[in-house]
Design a protein around this ligand. Structure first.
Ligand SMILES: [Mn+2]
Length: 258
């Protein structure tokens, strides 16, 4: 059973969810255009947002050193700081691309950072929210890699590399893995073959949630998990610019158009 965190939502406000911005890829220029679009989206929801969930892979690569962070992404950071300074809570989940977040977003912007899926009660509805990597059956290679990436000793050793070298290695690796996925849109594999869907069914069998919200799949989805339960995948912002909005009653997936 997942512990349930109660989140208060002012009566005239909504909850917003987005994931997989992958800032930093494929080039600084293209990423900066996307970053400006994300900031415009945040501008557009500011007056209405009670809480904003950013559900992983916000950055194509992120690694925190004790006294240093990667260059760039300053527009998004400035916008997030402005929102939390204005009293709008933001919750961040790290994804498989940016799992090496430490205390920077919390210390600097008051944003809690989570790695594993969590359950929330918001306006009487139960949510299960997470990035979505390594869940359900399958992906054994990734699960092994994830163990290595999450290994504290491996992280300490990486931290000892000079950032120009460490971030350089990460950039090259990201370019390499992108070359094999170039411009590819993800394809729906059918409900029974979607790993996150299988994970949602497993959780639902033990503990009911009204909404399962995940990213990672890079494919906007809205599927029934049970009679009164849905799995929403948030898509991504390289092609789709999709986000979800909870209006205290239901969750709607939309595309940001400007
Ligand atoms: Mn992703």
């Amino acid at each position: 059973m997942f512990p349930i965190e109660h989140l208060s939502l002012p009566p005239d406000r909504a909850v917003y969810f987005a994931s997989d911005f992958h800032l930093g890829t494929p080039t600084p220029e293209i990423s900066r255009d996307r970053e400006r679009r994300i900031v415009r989206w945040l501008d557009s929801i500011e007056a209405d947002a009670g809480t904003i969930f950013l559900v992983g892979d916000v950055f194509d690569f992120w690694f925190e050193y004790r006294k240093s962070i990667p260059k760039g992404f300053i527009r998004l950071q400035g916008k997030l700081a402005q929102l939390t300074d204005a009293g709008i809570p933001i919750v961040l989940f790290s994804g498989n691309h940016d799992m090496w977040m430490s205390s920077y977003f919390t210390d600097e912007m008051g944003i809690p950072v989570h790695r594993n899926p969590r359950s929330y009660q918001i306006a009487g509805k139960l949510f299960h929210i997470g990035h979505g990597d390594g869940l359900g059956p399958g992906d054994q290679t990734y699960k092994r890699l994830k163990k290595l990436f999450e290994n504290p000793l491996a992280q300490t050793m990486f931290r000892w590399l000079h950032p120009d070298i460490g971030i350089g290695i990460a950039d090259r690796w990201s370019r390499h893995s992108r070359a094999s996925h170039q411009g590819k849109f993800e394809e729906f594999m059918g409900e029974d073959n979607e790993w996150i869907m299988q994970y949602c069914r497993e959780v639902e069998a033990r503990q009911h949630h009204d909404f399962y919200i995940f990213g990672h799949r890079h494919l906007p989805l809205d599927l029934s998990v049970g009679k009164t339960s849905r799995y929403i995948n948030l898509g991504e912002w390289l092609n789709y610019n999709t986000y979800a909005r909870f209006d205290r009653n239901t969750v709607t997936l939309s595309t940001f158009e400007s």
